[in-house]
Ligand binder design. Structure first.
Ligand code: ZN
Length: 286
């Protein structure tokens, strides 16, 4: 049950005390995630034998049953050697849409027709989504890299001349944050793909097979589950931080918020641990 007021998670991240966990995107309809809730501890990837949590980010295999998402075209997520695959939300898209999403660097692109490809990249010359016909797209590229590096990658000969397309501004729900001083705008890789596809659906441009308003929601199946886990951990941390002064009677103006936080806590999954704070730098936001 959601409280009437949105809880404020400010203060849960010690390295960025003013930062608060963003809310998950409203109205998402994802499949039941009970199989993820049931995962206790880490598991062994059947492919590489490494210890993993919900999926193997190296082998791109799920370690539970998971939904399968059909996409209207192929997607290339451009990886960067400096980025850790464990932090790349594009991995989730590759697992949920197997065979249609590939992760690779620009020196190892699959064969594709430049005339029928797009790169999601915000720049002055980028097309708005309204200007792009979905039936003109065979492959969409998403660069998973820090901004500084992305500005270099976009000049790579492999994608020279490919149409640039920009997303409208969306608020990210990602729980990893930028280092202070770096622009906060931008969404992570799986969100970028999700918003791009939804923008095409909204324009009724994808045809009957992809006409539903929620047909791509399951791209955020792992993401929304992880968000819940992070939210629960944030609640616990914030409640713990604020309870002490309340008990000591030094302040009591956070009492209503604590009630709201406890209500939310009842719905959150348990027994999972995720990093609450961002890595160094800008992470994999687009
Ligand atoms: Zn593996």
């Amino acid at each position: 049950m959601q409280p009437d007021t949105v809880p404020n998670y400010q203060g849960f991240a010690s390295r960025r005390p003013e930062w608060s966990l963003p809310e998950l995107h409203a109205g998402l309809q994802v499949d039941d995630d009970v199989v993820l809730t049931d995962v206790k501890g880490r598991q062994c990837c059947p492919n590489c034998q490494k210890s993993r949590s919900l999926y193997c980010y190296d082998c791109l295999v799920p370690l539970t049953t998971c939904p399968r998402v059909e996409l209207p075209f192929h997607v290339s997520i451009i990886t960067d050697v400096d980025e850790q695959p464990s932090k790349n939300t594009g991995v989730q898209a590759a697992i949920l849409a197997p065979g249609q999403v590939q992760l690779h660097d620009l020196d190892h692109c699959p064969e594709f027709d430049k005339e029928r490809a797009v790169v999601l990249y915000p720049c002055d010359t980028a097309l708005d989504i309204e200007e792009v016909q979905p039936d003109s797209i065979d492959r969409a590229f998403i660069i998973d890299s820090k901004w500084k590096r992305a500005r270099r990658l976009i000049k790579h000969p492999a994608i020279e001349g490919v149409r640039r397309v920009k997303l409208k501004e969306h608020k990210s729900a990602f729980w990893r944050f930028h280092t202070k001083g770096v622009a906060e705008e931008g969404v992570c890789t799986v969100e970028a793909l999700f918003f791009f596809l939804n923008a095409l659906v909204e324009k009724s441009k994808l045809g009957e097979a992809f006409c539903g308003p929620h047909c791509f929601d399951n791209l955020l199946w792992y993401f929304s589950y992880q968000h819940k886990v992070v939210e629960k951990a944030a609640l616990e941390r914030v409640v713990k931080k604020r309870r002490q002064p309340l008990i000591e009677g030094k302040e009591n103006d956070g009492k209503e918020e604590l009630n709201g936080l406890n209500e939310l806590r009842a719905d959150a999954p348990s027994g999972k641990r995720f990093r609450l704070e961002g890595g160094e730098g800008e992470d994999d936001r687009q």
